[in-house]
Design a protein around this ligand. Sequence first.
Ligand code: NAP
Length: 323
Amino acid sequence: MQYRRLGHSGLQLSALSFGAWVTFGKQVGRGAARELVAAAWDHGINYFDNAEGYANGEAERVMGDAIADLRLPRDGFCVSSKVFFGAADEPLPTQKGLSRKHVHDACHAALKRLRVDYLDLYFCHRPDPDTPIAETVWAMDTLIRQGKVLYWGTSEWPAALIREAADLARKHRLHPPTMEQPQYNLLHRERVELEYAPLYGEIGLGTTTWSPLASGLLTGKYNEGVSADSRLGQEGYQWLRRWVLGDAGERRVERARAFTALAAELGVAPAPLAIAWCLRNPHVSSVLTGATAVAQLLENLEALELDARVDDAGWKRVEAAVR
Ligand SMILES: NC(=O)c1ccc[n+]([C@@H]2O[C@H](COP(=O)([O-])OP(=O)(O)OC[C@H]3O[C@@H](n4cnc5c(N)ncnc54)[C@H](OP(=O)(O)O)[C@@H]3O)[C@@H](O)[C@H]2O)c1
């Protein structure tokens, strides 16, 4: 495993990390979840991601139980949660968003579900137009001063809002956001590569990027349709299916087909190739992966060796294939 600094902070995260979205509390049972956490840990993954909204909090319960069962040393791993969407199907007005009250309540609920005394990373899962940014920055700073959170950050915030939060923090001597959690994969690059570009130097922003396989699309598993046992075949996830497969104009399946054909030509599996491409960006602190089976996780870990096996011309062809 390689370890990378989270932006300008001193925190060393594994370059590949592991998250629970759609899988824990939904697609995989408790035994399989424990095996996945164990395999990740055994291969040097030290960062596990979650959110209050994943399976209405159940993903955090499953992950917390797995980590406790495995007796992972608290000073050896990092765990994150995210606040905004709430943990109920139909959250009450105070059970969602980024008000001081919900940030406070959601943090304490996540600590209980994850069975830890503090969160290493805590994210504002989306911007909240109904809460002044200053209120959220103060609420995060308070949690840090109380020792309940170590680093706070944002997820899918526009660069201008991240900068506003950082400026506010500097002005009032509060803890600024340390990291963003944006989507980043071969089919979705602009925000990480262009929009956030000035923030890496200006405020030392780190990134823990999500969906390196575009929810599995880049493995080629949807090249010929959607099977019922895959993520996009899950009941209640029709919205995700529409989003991941896109409309005709986006040619997303076509681009995934071209990518998987090239991977075959290069003699490498598409999943680790897509993940290795994310790792090539030095502004990526950790690539968050997901898996429903240990075999997938092990295949994805091969990404760590691929950079040396594909030359510059090969990487140019990879990028050209998905245009
Ligand atoms: N902040 C945010 O808004 C946000 C949003 C999304 C995700 N995230 C975080 O990022 C993490 C990773 O995102 P993601 O789960 O979307 O990542 P991903 O790598 O794009 O998709 C993971 C899914 O692809 C399939 N897969 C993985 N490896 C495979 C392999 N080698 N061969 C075939 N299929 C494979 C599995 O689903 P099937 O087996 O069901 O096909 C797996 O659950 C999440 O768990 C979550 O922690 C954050």
